[in-house]
Design a protein around this ligand. Structure first.
Ligand code: ADP
Ligand code: MG
Length: 379
């Protein structure tokens, strides 16, 4: 076991990394954050912020020399960085697992080869792949294989011609063409898995997206117990198949009453923020525990919860003028927990913070959260 006051390394300085730093601090660890952004949310509260690229040889050598273990908060860390660190200090998740989750072509192929339920898709490496694609794929979505997030690098395509146009607009980047599914809803499972293969799942979250970005997570998800168990079971099997150590999130589509894996994230997840306020252990504390070889907690969920993302759009008034959101109104709501990430530049679509409303009744919590969301002018 890696025990306090050891220093842990976090690759990536976003809000997920910031919550990891807070959890690790609470448990007595120090944290160094590697992120090229001087104002990164996690870097600002870290014991040390290495403001350098993810493949900076000097920064990586410093981490290997001074940190007891390393983990990541985003999937685009170069595999070579994880491999370099893994050869020197405990590094979780592995470069292999992250490599599968960071490329949609590899990810979908993994799902296919291992028999996990997924929607119809085609790999697109050339225009010919679109010309010959199954007609059942339309209407579809073309997604670039790498570096897409929050709906970026995606195009809705009604027809083969539209897919060709989108592929050209993406400059011939390797891509996936997916059939657009009629969604009953979307759900996600966040779990932690330790080096002995023990898995602890959090409850299933129901996720609503607006313009391709997570907007609201509702927990527990309003799906049948059978479906929720199936999603948790599949997520656990994926983690086992990846030989995963750490926190893994699996996003699912629910269509026609069945679950289909959408994608995996090799890190805590936006839809797991609720664990900070509605559970006895958060996804971030589990991430620290898995990394340090501490036994995982059995999460107990004491409240129903609804999480609402606060995008940079809330920092602008109806006339486009910059202003702070109405914190006074939000803070006056009982059992509403506000979290802000310390980002200085609000931009439309940028995740600036979130709030979670907790309570005994999901119906009541949802009503309060949606009313607060509306008061903030979120469209
Ligand atoms: P990101 O990496 O941006 O999260 P996703 O592949 O999860 O990308 O897509 C973002 C959202 O777009 C999904 O959560 C879902 O709402 C919608 N979406 C993506 N693919 C499909 C699909 N094949 N059918 C229906 N909706 C989809
Ligand atoms: Mg997604």
């Amino acid at each position: 076991m890696i025990l306090p006051p050891a220093t842990l390394a976090m690759l990536g300085g976003g809000q997920l990394g910031r919550f990891f730093v807070a959890a690790a601090h609470e448990m007595g660890y120090a944290v160094w954050v590697l992120d090229p952004d001087a104002g990164s949310p996690a870097g600002r509260i870290a014991d040390r912020h290495l403001c350098a690229a993810y493949d900076d040889a000097h920064a990586l050598a410093e981490i290997a020399a001074h940190c007891a273990a390393a983990t990541t908060e985003f999937e685009n860390v170069p595999a070579a960085t994880l491999a370099y660190l893994a050869a020197r200090i405990p590094t979780h998740p592995s470069a292999d697992a992250v490599g599968i989750c960071q490329n949609r072509i590899v990810e979908k192929t993994f799902l296919l080869e291992n028999g996990f339920p997924h929607g119809l898709f085609a790999i697109v490496l050339s225009e010919a792949d679109i010309e010959s694609a199954n007609a059942d794929l339309f209407p579809g979505i073309l997604k670039v294989a790498r570096f897409g997030y929050d709906g970026k690098g995606q195009a809705l395509v009604e027809s083969r011609e539209a897919a060709l146009a989108a592929y050209r607009a993406f400059k011939g980047e390797p891509a996936i063409l997916e059939k657009r599914l009629a969604l009953d809803c979307e759900v996600s499972v966040v779990l932690a898995r330790d080096a002995q293969g023990q898995v602890q799942c959090f409850p299933v979250a129901e996720n609503q997206h607006t313009r391709g970005i997570l907007d609201i997570s509702i927990v527990p998800a309003r799906v049948t117990a059978v479906l929720a168990d199936e999603a948790r079971d599949i997520a656990g099997q994926i983690a086992a198949r990846l030989g995963y150590v750490g926190v893994l999130a699996v996003e699912f589509f629910v269509s026609g009453g069945r679950v289909f894996v959408n994608e995996m994230a090799p890190r805590p997840h936006n839809s797991g923020h609720y664990t900070l306020d509605a559970c006895t252990v958060s996804q971030y504390e589990q991430q620290v525990r898995a990394l340090c070889g501490l036994p995982l907690h059995h999460p107990r969920t004491h409240s129903a919860s609804v999480m609402v993302n606060l995008l940079g759009d809330c920092w602008f008034g109806a006339g486009g003028e910059a202003r702070e959101p109405d914190w006074h109104m939000l803070q006056a709501i009982p059992n509403l927990k506000l979290h802000l990430y310390g980002k200085r530049q609000p931009r439309p679509g940028r995740k600036m913070g979130h709030f979670t409303v907790v309570g005994d009744s999901l119906g009541d919590v949802l009503e309060v959260a949606l009313a607060a969301r509306q008061e903030l002018g979120i469209a």
